[in-house]
Design a protein around this ligand. Sequence first.
Ligand code: CTP
Length: 398
Amino acid sequence: MLSGKNILIGITGGIAAYKIPSLIRLLKKAGAEVQVVVTPMAKEFITPLTLSTLSGRPLLIDFHDTKSGKWNSHIELGMWPDLMLIAPVTANTMGKMVNGIADNLLITTYLSAKCPIMFAPAMDLDMYKHPSTVNNVKRLLADGNILIEPKEGELASGLCGEGRMEEPTEIFELIVDQLKKKADLADKTILISAGPTHEAIDPVRFIGNHSSGIMGYELAKTCVARGAKVILVSGPTHLSISSPKVKLIKVISAEEMNNACITNFPEVDITIMAAAVADYKPKKKSNQKIKKSNSIPTIELVPTNDILAKMGTLKKQSQLLIGFALETNNEIENAKQKLENKNLDLIVLNSLQHKGAGFGQSTNQISLIDRNKQVADFELKPKKEVASDIVNKIVSLL
Ligand code: CTP
């Protein structure tokens, strides 16, 4: 099942390290090559002999192996795997990963790695709930890493709660799923737009909308995890993403978004317009702040370019074009019409009728409509899972 796959396991100093030998056995049985790298603390929890015997490769701990005289290059190590798993990962190592504190071989390898990276935290429940840990997990996710969430249960301390590392059989399944997915967008370049646009009225005011950008950013992360290069054109959001495979272009207005998208469009294989682009902008932007006066001002609006519609006219046979539709009534018919009018291959319909779906939510409920007008309805789910559903459909259209 995993023959030809290289898996690098990084182990840090947590008691859950005792579970890793079972995982190595499962991976080896499935045909994978496994290399283990540990932090100095980790070898207090599990013996180097166990790990090298099971993996069939010498355990890597230091930059310089004094016994063999060999220099362990983190650059080479970072290029070797198809997937890197850091498990268990302690609060200490997560802090170092987030801040780039590269004081051991595991962290330097993490910073050099070119593959998808999964991390499985394990610690006591209060440590896991601490705002510092919560923030570090969020930042690791924003950097494109894949979280293997700890489970609730009995902890080594004797306490009971969230913080228990996932079981080896489950981690094995997640690795298999990830590796299966990884290849299906390899060699593809994908243009994704995200977030709102702000149309300036004067230097301090604008016309905007409630889009958070989460859906577009989740799509970007999913595409990268599945092997694609992404050009992410983002309107103003509080989100961040950093991956060598993402080129982030930050824009503010619909015009800037139009320019960035149209310039990059000829070079990409797939375009997903998830942004909530303003349909109108003020005809004139005042250079001075508009002062309050006795008469009520009128703002004259002019239409913006419909970026998606323009791309529909430029689209080559080899390109896929995906749009979003946010509707409040007659949803399916309106979305089908948009698919037709804008020459799309797929349209993602968000209905504001569904509770928990749409702008500013962490969840979404969508329907996907393809060129054959086939409608597939999905349940309400976290936006990360919605992104997977959308990408699975896109892959089926390739
Ligand atoms: N879109 C775009 N450029 C615009 C407006 C919208 O590229 N100026 C894209 C959005 O990113 C989305 C799709 O068009 O993928 C649908 O946007 P929406 O505003 O829902 O539809 P419109 O065609 O603008 O029609 P209406 O607002 O009347 O529903």
